[in-house]
Design a protein around this ligand. Structure first.
Ligand SMILES: [Zn+2]
Length: 289
């Protein structure tokens, strides 16, 4: 009897709240990584032309990063680099976070540079008012959903973690990079992490980027300096355009995705089938059996 009841719940979850109903959005995110303004503006223009929403994790103050704050299609989060935080900065992680929050005081979202993460880092982010972290990389993983973790500094702070499943750096390391068939299409949340420099260069390998750093002192370089390093084969930009062309009109920022997930979660109960956690609502008729 119990088994029949459980099976009914699982079947109901699958039918009514199948993965597509839970989260199947394509979410575009960008790690600024100190890119020059002309690269940031280049990417923003492509998104605005198509009316596509996006989330940007900024590393510095500049006219282009300030302009992101006024763009209604954009959510601005922070991209702190903790590489030197322990060794050289007496303020540690808080100092790095506070410097970026001076630029984006209302930031809710964060992805750490080089995906630095530890219990201490994530806890410090949550106690500075950041609510959403996207520093977890699950390459090409299907059925991705957000999840939350509680941290405490005396008061409880929840950090919702939204993993990303694709970034160009991994694509560059494959033997036949940037094939259209490599775009993840499996069910679940599909968060892409792009870098403006690689879109601008249409990077196919890291070689273009490293040469630009070595020969032109990137990121302190002009648009003219960069021209010779742009690839005309399939690369990051061609993949980016392919993703844009195949993205439904109703795009969302990370905060919007999390709000939607929180709302749905309040109406659902977890079900486990074959080791996979899915969410569904138990219909009254099943509960009363
Ligand atoms: Zn970074």
């Amino acid at each position: 009897m119990w088994l029949r009841k459980k099976q009914s719940v699982v079947i109901f979850c699958r039918i009514v709240y199948g993965t597509r109903d839970i989260m199947d959005d394509v979410v575009l995110t960008f790690d600024v990584d100190w890119a020059p303004d002309f690269m940031i503006e280049y990417v923003v223009d492509m998104l605005v032309d198509r009316g596509i929403k996006s989330t940007w994790f900024i590393t510095h103050d500049s006219p282009a990063t300030r302009a992101l704050l006024c763009n209604t299609l954009v959510e601005v989060g922070i991209h702190p680099s903790f590489e030197l935080a322990d060794a050289h900065w007496t303020g540690g992680y808080s100092d790095v976070i506070n410097r970026l929050l001076e630029i984006v005081p209302d930031a809710k979202s964060v992805r750490t540079h080089k995906l630095a993460q530890s219990h201490e880092i994530l806890g410090t982010l949550s106690t500075h008012g950041l609510e959403i972290d996207s520093s977890l990389y699950l390459p090409r993983m299907s059925h991705v959903v957000p999840f939350d973790v509680a941290y405490s500094d005396g008061n409880k702070h929840n950090l919702v973690r939204v993993p990303f499943i694709w970034t160009e750096a991994t694509e560059m390391s494959t033997s036949s990079p940037f094939l259209r068939s490599h775009v993840p299409r499996a069910p679940g949340l599909k968060v892409f992490a792009f870098h403006p420099v690689h879109i601008y260069l249409n990077s196919r390998t890291m070689k273009q980027y490293r040469q630009l750093q070595k020969l032109r002192g990137y990121p302190c370089c002009s648009q003219e300096d960069v021209t010779q390093f742009i690839s005309h084969r399939s690369g990051t930009k061609s993949m980016f355009v392919h993703v844009l062309d195949n993205t439904e009109e109703q795009t969302k920022t990370l905060s919007e995705i999390v709000s939607e997930w929180q709302k749905k979660r309040n109406e659902m109960v977890p079900c486990v089938e074959h080791g996979t956690l899915i969410y569904g609502t138990i219909p009254t008729s099943v509960m009363s059996r």
